[in-house]
Design a protein around this ligand. Sequence first.
Ligand code: ATP
Ligand code: MG
Length: 512
Amino acid sequence: MTNKSDFALEMIDISKSFGNTVALSNVDLQVKKGTIHGLIGQNGAGKSTLMKILSGLYPSGTYTGQIIVDGKVAELNSALDAQSIGISIVPQETTVADTLTVAENIMLPEMSRNPLKVYKKSGVVKRASEFLSSYNIPLQPDKLASSLTLAEKQILMIARAIYLQPQVLVLDEPTSSLTGDEIKNLFEVTRTLKSLGITTVFITHKMDEIIELCDSISILRDGKIVCQIDRSGFDVDELVSHMIGRDLGDLYPPQHRVGQDAPVVLKVTDLVVENPRKPGQPLLEPFSFELRQGEILGLGGLVGSGRTEIVKALFGHYKILDGKLEVQGNPIQTRSVSESISHGFGYITEDRKAEGLFFNLAIKQNFTASIIEKLTRASFLQKGEEKSRARVYLETLQVKPQDLDASVSSLSGGNQQKVVLGKSLITDPSILMLDEPTKGVDIASKAEIYKTIVEFAKAGYSVLLISSEFPELLALSHRVIVFSGGRNVGEIASGLENEKELMLMAIGATKS
Ligand SMILES: Nc1ncnc2c1ncn2[C@@H]1O[C@H](COP(=O)(O)OP(=O)(O)OP(=O)(O)O)[C@@H](O)[C@H]1O
Ligand SMILES: [Mg+2]
């Protein structure tokens, strides 16, 4: 018989429902001590719910089953209970305190456990700074959390979890806002923790991360564990078919041709975007490009290279200081979001929490929020029409659950991302700007989203695509303009074989 203490963690026969939705049904999860265990499964499979149970967020009594940590039965009624037996979780959605500094965020759990203790500011900064440098975590301790990028906030959450010196660290899609070096850095930290005997549960949709990092995995499908596999048995195609219950088929749809004679829909000439933190100063070097009808134009580069800022400027979020914008040959300006929408722009943000969704509203209201005027007659909302318009996107994007009245806050992370996409498609934009459209989306749903994007372009619309997943960018785009350090450093042709060249250009190693 196996000695129980071989396992850092056992979750036995766990079941949990939300109303009529069965999120988990008789789930058994076993994780050996000192290993990195992957937890994979499609959007809505139950991964986050299982880990919320483990982190005390869903107290005992709201589910059935047993949790055993290091051989001992654990009753977890709060996040504090979980922390006190060495479980620390980095949730899927950002939860940093914006009004506090990096150092204060890191020390927050400790400070709230000792409410009577007085913490000196300088001491907090010093301890945080020593901790950050001991793990090579590139964050400035005295910086205010509200000024961090999404990626930095993610890194901060990871730092905060590690600072608690957990025995079991749970990372729920930690890399979805990170790229290249940041992911490498996270993997190094995770391996260091492993060498110290610490156990990690790692949730991701990216198969290459599983293959690189994990010692074993469990696959969840529709709330049930379908199998547990050790590293020696890792095979991407097999993992994917276990996950979705069938073979995937082609991930990327075939590309349609866009000829040189296709009309130019958007012409950007020497555009200078203002730095929102330094009024009057440019944020990036002047840049120019043309977008043709039916074209999917990729904007490639690393985080911070300027891609997001460009689409934000075109969508009226950032001021344009100089240069020329033409849509269908007519000079235009994008001084506000509504002005930009009136010229046919649509934008899907990478940060659904901050900009994308109305969490307290139903799926159908989120889908139709931006076309509400069109659905209102004599100040009455045409409810039937609202439903039928929303249903189209519920079905094409395969949102789960297929229930227009479900609240967006109850959806899994990936399904929320599909609602963000539908919310913009419904406005019928002629130039759709997509910033990380498949972030947190499972592989089968990715294929659906790719199909939707390509169909959209084939129908004669145009797309500006930002993605940190280079294969996705190179497979979908007709060509990719590469940015590095706020500069356009050249252009790369479509095709997966160009990934290395794209990476070299993005890091500034080559120039064309
Ligand atoms: N608070 C809630 N209220 C109602 N239903 C919920 C709630 N939280 C989760 N669910 C449902 O439980 C199921 C499992 O969701 P969960 O968030 O665990 O999925 P996941 O595997 O983490 O997916 P993703 O990869 O998209 O993050 C889904 O059907 C989801 O809609
Ligand atoms: Mg999740």
